[in-house]
Write a protein that binds this ligand. Sequence first.
Ligand SMILES: [Zn+2]
Ligand SMILES: [Zn+2]
Length: 50
Amino acid sequence: MKICTTCNKEVTDDYVEFKCPKCDKDIIIRCGHCRSTAKTYKCSCGFEGP
Ligand SMILES: [Zn+2]
Ligand SMILES: [Zn+2]
C-alpha cells in the first residue's frame, strides 16, 4: 500500500513515484489529484517541491 506524500491518501494506479531530489533517500509519492492541482510535497528532510 502506497500513500500520497501530499494528501496522505492511499494511491492506486494513478500516481507517480520518485526519489527526493535533495536527499535522494526518501520516496515521494504523488497521486493524480495532487499532480493535476500542482500541490506541493514535503520530504522528511525539509525539501518542498512542486
Ligand atoms: Zn495526493
Ligand atoms: Zn528529502
